[in-house]
Design a protein around this ligand. Sequence first.
Ligand code: AMP
Length: 308
Amino acid sequence: MLEKIFNIIDDYDQIIIYRHINPDLDAFGSQLGLYYVFKKMNDKNIVLQGDMTSNILDYFDKFDAGHIKDGKTLGIVVDTANRERIDGDISLCDTLIKIDHHIIVDSYGNINIEVENASSCSEIIALLFQNACLDIPVEAAKALYLGIIGDSNRFLYSATSSDTFKAAAYLLEQGVNISEIYEPLYMQDKTDFNVYKYIYNHYHQVDKIAYYYLSDDDLKALNITREQGSSYVNTLADFKEFEIWMAVTEYKEKDCFRVSLRSRHVPVNVVASHFNGGGHAFASGATLNTLDELNDLIEELKGIKEYV
Ligand code: AMP
């Protein structure tokens, strides 16, 4: 498959690499993993699309997002289930390749590489490189490793498979230094401590559903971004009394509320899709227009067959 992509690339002047809005480690990891490889191998104009202001990018090596020029354009969209979530304008592309690991709802590419059960999009890309016996730059290997550990929660989630470990082994062979990656990512500080304290003191429980809510004022008081506010969702994981746990954060700039839903056994993605969201069975995102909709969301979650 990679050979096919490389053959196609020859016909284009530039490659634009896209990923989804509200990017996470896997979105950036897949996007930058491809970027560093193409930059090294190609004389094409390589461009990264999407908002690049996230502090998640501190974990990655430096890059230049580049500028779109005229010319025959190949687009590659990573980690994005449906076209509405693509961060950028794909109408510029003559040909589009989709690489994704979410449930297939929209095969918007001219070529679609969709592996629903992969732990992460970064895993799919790493295995494409590995299967092609390609040596990749260490920056690319590091980006893809970050993507894998981000989406699998360091190999903890059930989507982790022997393929995940094969991809990780390949990336280590390409020069990834685990402690260099883990230390900045998992080292905690007093801000984390204060957020944990806040969550444990203020979480809500409705039946077997636990959630915390952070208003814009709370986020400011805790000195974290909205994105970071959601990222603490697993503070409520691993308690046997909670089947589903959620982070609800006020998204002041967009005048809405973002919900991150997680569960152990209860598939939450269909309910998420009723609230402007979607995602994986046990990890989904949703958006509420008002906080009142939270009660409707909770009621729907309680109605899921597996919840009972
Ligand atoms: P989050 O809680 O925002 O980290 O989202 C959890 C997972 O659900 C990630 O894999 C997201 O890519 C996916 N996701 C979040 N929002 C949506 C959406 N609106 N449509 C489809 N997938 C989503």
